[in-house]
Design a protein around this ligand. Structure first.
Ligand SMILES: *Cc1c(COP(=O)(O)O)cnc(C)c1O
Length: 358
């Protein structure tokens, strides 16, 4: 069997969830498991958190129904609500919570007869300028939703654009806009995503929405002491399947991006961009081989990549290679590739996932 696999440590996931709650001063926490739990497997991750999570958040009803079918009974929030009015009845029937971010969604709610009350999270555009109601329209939207008589509660929410930039005032600016736009409207609030949970303790939020931190990756580009407490959940690993000795001046791989400068031992790893390892990883990107630091050399291929074993004489065919995980930081690797750990995880494919810590 091909040795490439992603190990998913569910104990680490639970620890990270508990940390999110500890950092939130008694707030309730929706575990964000959209996009198949950022590549970690939404059903398994939600089941692992089932006994402690206050609820879950996903991008769309298809993702929510997958969790309901797997026996998840906790609240599930649809982060973009519904995409067409016909989903509303399913939302009521499956007891899903629903973001409303646009006027057309309020009109659909007004027009549609429902079998039960639904819980709406009304989104304010406090500066991200992607979705949500402008501050001057927010109170009217809130009142219009209440007037439908079809909702049991309206949670006031907004999303931060720059909470991962710890020295940037935009987050506090968004908070102030939120406080002004929602003043006098009753109901719980929800503002904090992972970077805000980790880095903005002064932002009040009755509900927090941690995503990336649950998976143990820091959303920050720089060191941040709280983020250091996160435990990586995914270890992407494989093995060396071939070794060759090359004299100086020999190219390795497509395009001869890397050329040996000294007598070299090059190891071939069963892992490539078709597995989700970033093709843009540069020469020198960190890998761990049987617990020893090494580096990527040459372009990443679809099914294989090459590493430098010159200084690791004990490494050979069968040696274990960690591409990211507890030893190689996914965030650091992502930075080297012009990406973010979110995308590295979401790109995972083909490799089987193996779960530990049920
Ligand atoms: C994805 C998402 C989150 C989680 O963000 P992280 O940065 O992964 O914590 C929170 N809120 C909304 C609205 C989202 O879309």
């Amino acid at each position: 069997m091909r040795p490439a696999r992603a190990l998913i440590d569910l104990n680490a996931l639970r620890q990270n969830y508990r940390l999110a709650r500890e950092l939130s001063n008694g707030a309730r926490a929706l575990a964000v498991v959209k996009a198949d739990a950022y590549g970690h497997g939404a059903v398994r991750c939600a089941q692992a958190l089932m006994n402690e999570a206050d609820g879950f958040a996903v991008a769309c009803i298809e993702e929510a129904l997958e969790l309901r079918e797997a026996g998840i009974k906790a609240p599930i929030l649809l982060l973009e609500g519904f995409f067409e009015a016909s989903e509303l009845e399913l939302i009521a029937r499956h007891n899903l919570w629903c973001v409303i971010h646009s006027p057309w969604q309020i009109e659909a709610l007004e027009r549609t007869a429902l079998s039960g009350l639904i819980r709406v999270w009304l989104k304010l555009d406090s500066g991200m300028h992607r979705v949500g109601f402008f501050p001057e329209d927010y109170a009217a939207a809130y009142k219009r939703i209440k007037a439908t008589g079809k909702v049991d509660e309206v949670v006031k929410m907004t999303h931060f654009a720059r909470a991962d930039e710890l020295d940037c005032s935009a987050t506090i600016g968004q908070l102030k806009t939120f406080q002004r736009a929602t003043a006098g409207l009753e109901g719980a609030t929800s503002l904090r995503n992972s970077p805000a949970v980790l880095g903005w303790p002064e932002v009040p939020s009755d509900w927090v929405r941690p995503g990336i931190m649950l998976y143990g990756a820091t959303p920050f580009e720089t060191e941040q002491p709280v983020a250091d407490q996160l435990q990586p959940v995914m270890t992407l690993e494989s093995r060396i399947i071939s070794v060759r000795e090359l004299p100086p001046g020999e190219p390795v791989g497509y395009g001869a991006r890397f050329v040996t400068r000294q007598p070299s031992r090059i190891g071939v790893v069963a892992m490539g961009y078709a597995d989700g390892y970033p093709r843009h990883a540069p020469d020198g990107a960190p890998v761990m081989i049987d617990g020893h630091a090494s580096r990527l050399v040459g372009r990443v291929s679809m099914d294989m990549l090459t590493v430098d074993l010159t200084d690791l004489p004990q490494a050979g065919v069968g040696s274990q290679v960690e591409l990211w995980g507890r030893q190689v930081s996914a965030s650091q690797l992502a930075g080297l590739c012009g990406s973010i750990p979110y995308q590295l995880f979401c790109n995972l494919k083909r490799v089987p996932r193996q779960y530990m810590g049920e």
